[in-house]
Each structure stands twice: as C-alpha cells, then as structure tokens.
Design a protein around this ligand. Structure first.
Ligand code: ATP
Ligand code: MG
Length: 544
C-alpha cells in the first residue's frame, strides 16, 4: 500500500524517512510525530514590526485570521510579501496540538480530497473540538475560532502557504530550496520574496509530499519529479531532494484563477482594444487558424481560453493539453489531457497521440494548449485537411515562431506556414500608472496575418509611447477570406465588426466581464444579433 494515502502527510513521511515503509501507515501519535513540525510557522516572522520597514498595503485573505501586508524596506525601497496570521497563545497551541494528534488518529486515509472526505474531516474536527470544549470550558469562543482556522488550514488547505493560495493577487508561488524565502508573483507588485521560509530540508520535503499527496500523485527519491494538478486546478511542478536539483527540493505553483480571464477582462485590463477584440471574435466565428505567441507566463493560455470562448457554440471543439487549464462554455467540447509515462515509458499518452485521435471526433476546431514537439506536425496536417487549429507557442515574434515551427522537433514544412491565418504576440510589460508608479501589464503587442512563408501583414500593433493600439484592416487577408466564404462585402464585414465592438464595450461598461456573463452574451449574439444589440448596447432604442 502506498504511503501517500493519508491526508496528513506528517506521519506518513516520518515513517518513510525512518525507513519503515510499512504496509499500513501507523497513526500519528507515535513518538516520531512532532507537533512543532506539524504546525510550524503558526505565525511567520514579521518584517513589518522591525525598524526601518513600513507596510504600504494590507488586505485580508481569511478575515479576521489571516491577512497580507506588502512591506517596504525604507532604506532600499525593496518590497516584501508578508503573510500575517493571528497567533495562538500558549494555551491555545497546547489545545491545538492535542486536537491535531487526535485528528491524525481518527481521519481515515483517502486517495483524493473529495467532498465526502472534506465533510468527514470537518465533522471529525467538530466532534473532537466539542469534546475539548467540554474539557476546557473556560477557553473563550475566540480561541476555538482561531484553533478551527488552523485545523482547516492544515487539514483541508495548503498549510503554511494557505493564505497565499487564497490571495487572488497571486499568480505563481515558488520555492527554490530550503532556507530560502518562498517567492510569489503578485499582480500589482510582480516578483516578491515572502516571509515564509522552509528552514530545514525535512520541512520542505514534507511540504512537497503534502502537495504531491493533495494532487493524488507520488514523489520520492525514486521518482523525484512531479507535474500535477492540485485541488482547485492549481498546477504544481516539483523536484524532490537533491536528486535532480542541487539545492534540494523545489516547487513552483501556477495558481488557477477561479474565473478564467475573459475577452471583456482583457479589454478592461488594457491587454487588447475593443476593436481588436471584435476582429478576433469575427475570426473565431469563421474558424481562422490562430497562433498565440509569448514567453513563459506571458498570458498565452489565458488568451487562448478567451479566444476559444468566442467560438460559435455549435462548433465541435476538441482541446488537447498537458494539464487541464482550459475552460470553455461550449456544449460540444471534448477535453483531452495527455498522461506522462511512469516506469520508463509505460502508459504514456502523448499530445501527438491525442492530436491524432482527436480527428476521429470530427472536430471543427482543434485547440492545443501548447505545441512543442511532433504534435505540431499532426496539428498542421489536420489543418491542411480542413480543420481549424488554435494553439500557443513559446516565441517572441512571428519570425522566431516560424523558425521554431520549421525546425526539429516540430519540422513543419514551410509550405504549411500559410495555413496559419493569424498570429498574435502577448507580452508582460511594465507601465507607469497615473502616479508614476511602475505596474505590470499584459499587452497584445502585435497581430500578424500570414500571407506566405516569410510574408506577414501586421494588422495591429500596440504603441508603447502612447499606450494605444492601432488596427489596420485595409489589407486584411482574414476579412477577404471571410468575404469569400460568406459573400459579404468588406464594408458589410467592417459594419459587423462595429456591432461586435459595441457589444464588447457594453459588456465592459456594464461590468459583465465574468466568464459566465461573457459566454451568455456571446452566445445570445450568435443566436439573434439584432435582438441582443437591442437588449444590450442599444437598450431603449426604438425597434425599427
Ligand atoms: N491579460 C492579462 N491580464 C492580467 N493577468 C493575466 C493576463 N493574462 C494572463 N494573466 C495572468 O498571468 C498568469 C499566467 O497566465 P497564463 O497561464 O495564461 O500564461 P502562459 O503564457 O500560458 O504561461 P506558461 O508559459 O507558463 O504556460 C496567470 O496567473 C493569469 O491569470
Ligand atoms: Mg500556458
């Protein structure tokens, strides 16, 4: 029986470290169970209380128990991310310790954190807390709430990093080894060191075992690399021990956003103009093959998701990914996810195989999360046979993208390059706000249409000096293509773009930017454009 079964990893990993890979993990209250480690960092060291540091922003993440402070070193101006959690008194700590040990005894190990398992943990915690409340009648109710916060944090949440997982400003969480601060990528302040440090090798290893367990996966000296999805859809990559990383275990987590970024969000954030968004809407409507380019973390997958949401709801769409990140509001959607190999190649299902099998589904559009290898070749073959493809590629320009596509391991013949209708580049840049402070932003900086191998028409560009987008559709091949397909004149298509732009601007103006809102209105427009315009942006205008 795998020792990763238990919920609380502490006792499991203790057993593992002691070399006793026993058939059935023993309960935690063996002498090896250390409370100090189990609940380490009950309150993190606070920088903000030190001289020479000041808090420049604070916001709650679990009111009133945990909040985040952005702290500035007044001498150097360096910023830090500080997790503040309510501290326990020594009496509360003692009670927590006992409850913790009881919980470890009572919780049955399960493979996944299903809603049944969560309910069971909650009811076990409630029952044990009730017993303790009888035993410690004079302990005030606030203390029990605090204890409950830590129980939830450690048994159902992400332990010491739980407040960070709950912070909606955080995009990435990473740890490069023991004794080093955990770093976060903050939407407002970019990369920041935190006051969370896994100070010993054991603490970090234990945390990584917890992450692996929460993802329902295995990591160990024998299998020291983890690539998995955590509950809530967060993507985790980790290495274990010094097997593959010199400084010891490491992990990096890309947080899953509860609501995917929509095209309306992108207009709202200034990533794209409404005019350009309308162009992409029309392009998606007519299944134009599109490449999303950008470097790591630029926003490629988010853009891909936002674009795919603009597809006609009647299209059959197959998505193919390494990790399930995409979320589409389409009924006719098949989501395929690759599977890594274990034990030297057995059981692997690659992107290549999935792209091949996807053709059996007779898709209108094949969406591949990211092309890197030989799957690109199959994708282009299917585009050549009349399917449409949307995918992302790690590249910083159209030239670099084409170079990658036509070189090993993708090996796309140059004659296939004109099958790409549109390529866009998204970049993470730094912009000064109205007060002159530098803020991170994402911009679709260039959009090209592909005329031929080496011939690209730049139809849109973002001007950094003016922070403005310019769109020039005079020579648009995509409009000509749609015109050929539909018999509509270029003028009629430009009018259609104006109508879609109105809808999108109205969604932004009336704050209908959530995934659900945007999907609803896009679908409404597809069903009945005139009525949707009247219900939306033209509300109140007289029927003609
Ligand atoms: N237009 C945007 N505005 C603000 N934040 C964004 C935008 N697009 C993406 N993000 C955020 O940036 C982070 C990275 O986005 P995403 O996963 O789409 O990037 P990526 O280029 O696909 O990354 P990777 O190379 O790791 O696959 C996410 O947390 C996402 O919420
Ligand atoms: Mg991505």
């Amino acid at each position: 029986m795998s020792p990763k079964r238990g919920f609380s990893l502490n006792f499991v990993s203790k057993l593992r470290k002691s070399g006793k890979e026993v058939a059935e993990p023993r309960p935690a209250s063996t002498p090896s169970m250390s409370f100090v480690e189990a609940t380490r960092v009950l309150s993190h060291e606070l920088l903000s209380t030190r001289k020479g540091y000041r808090i420049i922003e604070t916001y709650p993440v679990v009111e009133p128990f945990a909040s985040i402070n952005i702290v500035e070193d007044e001498t150097s101006g360096k910023l830090f991310y500080e997790v503040y959690e309510i501290s326990l008194t020594s009496e509360e700590r003692e009670i927590y310790k006992q409850i913790y040990e009881h919980m470890i005894w009572e919780i049955k190990p399960t493979a996944t954190l299903s809603s049944d398992a969560i309910n069971e943990i909650r009811s076990t915690a409630r029952r044990i807390m009730n017993l303790f409340q009888i035993r410690f009648p004079r302990t005030p109710s606030l203390s029990w709430s605090k204890i409950n916060y830590y129980i939830e944090r450690d048994f159902l949440g992400y332990g010491v990093l739980d407040p960070v997982f709950r912070d909606r400003y955080i995009e990435d969480i990473s740890c490069n080894g023991p004794g080093k601060p955990v770093y976060v990528w903050h939407r407002k302040y970019e990369s920041l060191p935190t006051n969370v440090v896994f100070s010993t090798v054991e603490e970090l290893d234990e945390y990584i075992l917890k992450l692996a367990h929460m993802a329902g996966k295995h990591i160990s000296v024998a299998y020291p690399v983890l690539d998995a999805i955590l509950p809530g859809g967060h993507r985790v990559a980790a290495t274990y021990g010094k097997e593959v990383s010199t400084s010891g275990s490491t992990f990096t987590i890309r947080k899953f956003s509860e609501s995917p970024i929509t095209i309306a969000d992108m207009i709202n954030f200034g990533t794209i103009s409404s005019e350009l968004a309308a162009y992409f809407w029309l392009a998606m409507d007519y299944k134009m093959t599109t490449l999303v380019l950008g470097v790591t973390g630029a926003g490629k997958t988010s853009t891909l998701n936002a674009l795919a949401t603009l597809l006609r709801p009647t299209y059959k769409v197959v998505t193919i990914e390494d990790t399930p990140e995409l979320r589409l509001p389409l009924e006719n959607w098949v989501q395929l996810v690759s599977r890594p190999s274990y034990l030297g190649g057995a059981g692997e299902v690659s992107l290549y195989q999935l792209v091949r099998v996807s053709l059996r589904y007779r898709p209108d559009v094949i969406v591949v999360g990211e092309v890197r290898g030989d799957e690109a070749y199959v994708l282009f073959q299917s585009i050549a046979t009349g399917h449409s493809g949307i995918t992302t590629l790690h590249a910083e320009s159209i030239d670099a993208a084409v170079k990658r596509l036509t070189s090993p391991p993708m090996n796309i013949p140059p004659s296939y390059i004109p099958l790409i209708n549109i390529a866009l580049l998204i970049r993470r840049i730094t912009l000064a706000d109205e007060k002159g402070r530098l803020r991170p932003a994402r911009k679709i900086t260039n959009v090209w249409e592909v005329r031929d191998f080496g011939e690209y028409e730049e139809i849109a560009k973002w001007d950094p000096a003016k922070n403005r987008f310019t769109v020039r559709l005079d020579n648009s091949l995509v409009l000509s293509r749609i015109s050929d397909l539909t018999g509509k004149t270029r003028e009629e298509l430009l009018e259609e773009l104006v109508r879609r732009k109105m809808i999108l601007e109205w969604l932004v103006a009336t704050r209908k930017t959530t995934y659900k809102d945007v999907a609803t209105w896009i679908q409404k427009y597809y069903l009945d454009p005139v009525r949707t315009l009247r219900e939306g942006p033209l509300y109140g205008s007289a029927p003609q």
